[in-house]
Design a protein around this ligand. Structure first.
Ligand SMILES: Cc1cc2nc3c(=O)[nH]c(=O)nc-3n(C[C@H](O)[C@H](O)[C@H](O)COP(=O)(O)OP(=O)(O)OC[C@H]3O[C@@H](n4cnc5c(N)ncnc54)[C@H](O)[C@@H]3O)c2cc1C
Length: 387
């Protein structure tokens, strides 16, 4: 195996402490959370109290000013363990960065410390029932009123952390006739009149994740709820585009970690399981399948580590991040499928981590921009004609 050079001993020490947190505060409860369809709110507060939320935010806003590799460690550990109900990375590494990069000083000072402590859970609401891949087609509007406030109307679906969310960054049209150039990001808080959460959605996988619908019916937002204030009005689409490389890379990081874990579980299982009086591992088909999968996951890891290095240096472009997202998530699904096969009937039983990992993997090719959209992005960077 190629030795990884991404992490320092400090990152690895952090990995150990986060593993202990997972073992004590997540592992004993995750199966129960899958049954109920959401994680207990307590785990957010405990993560906050232990400094595991919004770590990369500056200290003045409640974070630790840590580099992104600490978040990468968290993503790897949660994905490898299969604890996919935990929405920390979306909260800390997608929602919080929008506030840090584009928010006003007041917005940063108000929201980030609460997110870092776990008092507030964050979500981002782009997708709508009729607009997922085609984000320019969002119908939700935030129209300025004579008194300078905004009136928010519309609905969102498939929102990760949606049911727990206290703060939602909502993509809305502030100038509906201007297409992408009339899109803004607005900040909506739990309890605002007219803001309702729909049902938690029943899903094929990610069963402990509280993915929800959100409804906005004449929600009156003071001008202070426009992310970034007047300076960022109608710049929402640009903000979304700027954050894409990191968001897509996060999915790839999770994909590689989950795929490697699946291979490790399968290696242990096939050495133990006997069929026709011999371990399943002794069949050439088993060994060659695992050799092929391990080769591909190793290739993926080297590529994703390189992308992470570029990200830390602020040099990762959207097309390269899209390559990582599409290729590693396709691979993740292939690895899960082949590993389930090697588990035989046990690979179809929910109590086996491989079964859950198989179910959880499928959505990786869909959210964060579908893999087909990733290929569109890559072709554009290659100078090929678009639609
Ligand atoms: C579990 C889960 C969590 C999610 N979390 C969030 C979240 O937190 N926030 C949020 O805003 N959204 C979230 N999403 C939504 C997700 O990002 C969208 O589902 C995704 O972008 C696809 O949009 P869609 O479902 O509308 O599919 P559609 O856009 O309807 O796509 C249908 C099919 O058409 C294909 N297609 C579309 N356009 C093209 C094209 N130009 N060329 C070729 N093929 C194309 C797609 O690839 C797909 O195969 C989540 C979704 C899920 C399932």
């Amino acid at each position: 195996m190629i030795e990884r050079t991404l992490f320092t001993p400090d990152h690895e020490a952090f990995r150990d402490s986060f593993r202990r947190f997972i073992a004590n505060e997540i592992a004993p409860f995750h199966a129960e959370w899958e049954e109920q369809g959401y994680v207990d709110r307590e785990v957010w507060r405990k993560a906050g109290a232990n400094g595991f939320l919004c770590m990369t935010m500056p200290e003045q806003y409640g974070g630790s000013g840590a580099d992104k590799l600490y978040s990468v460690v968290q993503m790897e550990e949660l994905n490898a363990a299969g604890f996919t109900g935990i929405g920390f990375s979306l909260h800390s590494e997608i929602v919080a960065p929008y506030i840090l990069h584009y928010g006003t000083e007041e917005q940063k000072a108000h929201y980030l410390p609460k997110m870092a402590s776990g008092e507030m859970v964050g979500a981002i609401a782009m997708s709508e029932p009729a607009a997922g891949s085609d984000l320019q087609g969002v119908k939700t509007t935030a129209l300025m009123q004579p008194d300078g406030s905004y009136l928010l109307n519309g609905s969102k679906t498939f929102i990760t952390n949606g049911w727990h969310a206290d703060l939602v960054v909502v993509v809305a049209k502030t100038k509906p006739d201007a297409g992408a150039k009339g899109t803004s990001l607005v900040l909506v808080e739990r309890g605002m009149p007219g803001f309702d959460k729909g049902k938690r959605l029943k899903k094929l996988g990610l069963k402990a994740q509280d993915t929800s619908e959100l409804f906005f019916d004449n929600v009156k937002l003071p001008a202070s709820q426009l992310l970034g204030g007047p300076e960022q009005e109608n710049r929402g689409f640009i903000c979304l585009m700027e954050q894409l490389p990191w968001e897509r890379l996060q999915i790839a990081i999770g994909a590689v970690a989950a795929a490697q874990a699946a291979i490790d579980w399968t290696v242990a299982y096939v050495k133990d399981r006997k069929v026709f009086g011999q371990p399943v591992a002794s069949f050439q088909n088993t060994r060659f399948t695992l050799a092929e999968l391990q080769t591909q996951v190793q290739v993926a890891r080297v590529f994703v580590d390189k992308c992470t290095e570029l990200l830390v240096e602020d040099k990762l472009d959207t097309a390269t991040a899209s390559m990582a997202k599409y290729w590693t998530t396709d691979l993740q699904c292939k690895v899960m499928d082949e590993c389930v096969q090697l588990f035989g009937g046990y690979g179809f039983m929910w109590e086996y981590p491989i079964t859950r990992a198989y179910a959880d993997a499928r959505v990786q090719r869909i959210y964060g921009g579908t893999n087909e959209i990733m290929k569109e992005v890559i072709t554009r960077a290659m100078g090929l004609p678009g639609r």
